[in-house]
Design a protein. Structure first.
Length: 391
C-alpha cells in the first residue's frame, strides 16, 4: 500500500497573503508530512479505538518529556482538572482559590463538584495568580464558612506562575496545589518542568494549544502513586479490577486512541516548536516594546507562548478592528474576568475586588503566534500594529 500524502500545499517562502492565519496548523502539517496520516491509519486498521496501545505509548512519552512519575491521558483539559479534583475528594463545603483572569474551565470544575471557587487577583505583568492574594482568598473562604482546601494556579498564555512564592503561601495555610497547565505544557520554572510542579498538574491538547491534537484531549500529571491509581480508575467510571467492577463514582474521561496517535507524532517535534515559538516571541518583544506593553517572563522561567498577548492602554478595540482590516487577526483572552461573568458572579472574591483582572480584560490583545510564523509574515503583523496604533 502506498503511503498517504498530506493534502496541504506548500506556501512560497517570504510571500505574505493576507489575511494571515492566527495559528497556522497547515504549516505544521506540511512539516509532519504523512506521519500523522499514517499513525491515524494504523489505529483505523487495528481497531482498538478505546484505550488502544497508543494511549499507553503517549503516556510514556509525556512522562519522559516532562519528568513526572505519572501521566494519565484523558478526554480534555477540562476533564483533567475535574479528575484531579475528584481524586482529591473536593466537594461541598470546600473552597478552591482560582485566578479570575482565566478560561471558564478552571472554575467550572470546582463548581461542578459542589465546591466553591474563590476568585483571586493576578499580576499585571505576567497575567498569573498574585501569590499575595492567596491570604485574602483564604479569609474570603472562611468568611463564607467554607474550608479552604487548594489553590489552582493557571499558567496563563504559556508562562508558569511564580511557584516559589505560591508554594510558600500554600504551605503556610495548609493548601495543596493543582496547576492548570492547559497553556504551559513544555515550559519550565527554575529547572522544574511544568508537569512536575504541584501535587497535580493538568494540561489540554485542544488543537490550538502549543501541543494540540485533532480534537479534544488532555492529561493529568502527578508524582503520587496513590493519586495516579485513583485517576486511572476515575477516568473509566471508577473502575476497580475492570470496568464492570465499580469501586468509586467516576466519569467517562478517556482520550481517544486516534488522538493519542496524533499526539505521539506531534510530541516528536514539540521541542523544536518550543524553540521556534520563543524566537517569534523574542522578535515581537524587540519590535513592539516601545509601542505596547509586551509580556514579561519572570527570572528563571520559560514560556511556550500559547498566546503572545500585549496590553494596549487606549482604544484596544479600535486597534483590533484596524488590524483586522489590514488582514491581521487578533483575539481577546479574556474579555471579562470570571468573577464578572453571569454564571460566576455570586462566588466569593478575595479582598480587593480584583482590579487587575478587571483592567486587563480591557487592555489585552493576542497577536498571531505559532512556531511557523516566518519573518516576512511577522514583519507584516508588526507593521500593521504600528499603523493601527497611529489610528
Ligand atoms: C487555562 C485553561 N484551562 C482549561 C482549559 C480546558 O481545556 P479543554 O478545552 O481541553 O477542555 C483551557 C482550554 O481552553 C484553558 O485555556
Amino acid at each position: 500500500m502506498s503511503q498517504p500524502q498530506p493534502q496541504v500545499q506548500p506556501k512560497p517562502e517570504g510571500v505574505v497573503s493576507a489575511p494571515i492565519p492566527f495559528i497556522d496548523l497547515g504549516a505544521q502539517r506540511r512539516r509532519l508530512g504523512a506521519r500523522v496520516d499514517a499513525a491515524i491509519l494504523r489505529v483505523v486498521d487495528h481497531g482498538r479505538y478505546i484505550m488502544g496501545p497508543e494511549v499507553g505509548q503517549l503516556e510514556e512519552r509525556l512522562r519522559d518529556f516532562c519528568g513526572a512519575r505519572h501521566a494519565i491521558a484523558c478526554a480534555s483539559g477540562t476533564d483533567a482538572l475535574l479528575l484531579g479534583l475528584m481524586a482529591e475528594g473536593i466537594g461541598r463545603g470546600d473552597a478552591v482559590l482560582v485566578p479570575s483572569f482565566t478560561f471558564a474551565s478552571s472554575a467550572e470544575v470546582v463548581a461542578l463538584l459542589g465546591a466553591t471557587p474563590v476568585f483571586v487577583d493576578v499580576l499585571p505583568e505576567t497575567f498569573n495568580l498574585d501569590p499575595a492574594g492567596i491570604e485574602a482568598g483564604v479569609a474570603a473562604a472562611r468568611a463564607a464558612r467554607l474550608a479552604p482546601r487548594a489553590v489552582m494556579t493557571v499558567d496563563l498564555f504559556g508562562q508558569p506562575a511564580d511557584y516559589d512564592a505560591v508554594e510558600a503561601v500554600c504551605a503556610a495555610h495548609d493548601l495543596w496545589l493543582i496547576a492548570d497547565a492547559a497553556q504551559s505544557f513544555g515550559a519550565r520554572y527554575r529547572d522544574r518542568p511544568v508537569g512536575t510542579i504541584g501535587r497535580l498538574a493538568t494540561t489540554s491538547f485542544f488543537p490550538a494549544k502549543p501541543l494540540g491534537c485533532y480534537g479534544d484531549g488532555g492529561a493529568v500529571f502527578t508524582d503520587d502513586d496513590a493519586i495516579a491509581e485513583r485517576l486511572r480508575s476515575l477516568r473509566v467510571h471508577g473502575k476497580g479490577s475492570d470496568k464492570y467492577d465499580n469501586v468509586r463514582i467516576g466519569i467517562n474521561g478517556r482520550i481517544d486512541t486516534l488522538q493519542a496517535a496524533v499526539l505521539i507524532e506531534k510530541l516528536a517535534i514539540f521541542g523544536d516548536e518550543i524553540v521556534a515559538r520563543d524566537a517569534v516571541a523574542e522578535r515581537y518583544a524587540e519590535a513592539l516594546g516601545d509601542l505596547v506593553t509586551v509580556p514579561r517572563v519572570i527570572d528563571g522561567a520559560t514560556s511556550v507562548w500559547a498566546q503572545y498577548t500585549v496590553r494596549v492602554s487606549a482604544d484596544r478595540d479600535g486597534v483590533a478592528a484596524r488590524l483586522k482590516a489590514a488582514g491581521v487577526p487578533t483575539a481577546i483572552y479574556y474579555p471579562k474576568p470570571l468573577h464578572q461573568q453571569t454564571a460566576y458572579r455570586d462566588f466569593p472574591v478575595a479582598g480587593n475586588g480584583l482590579p487587575v483582572c478587571a483592567a486587563l480584560s480591557g487592555e489585552v490583545l493576542s497577536l498571531p503566534m505559532h512556531p511557523y510564523l516566518d519573518a516576512a509574515t511577522q514583519d507584516w503583523v508588526i507593521g500593521a500594529l504600528r499603523g493601527a496604533l497611529d489610528g
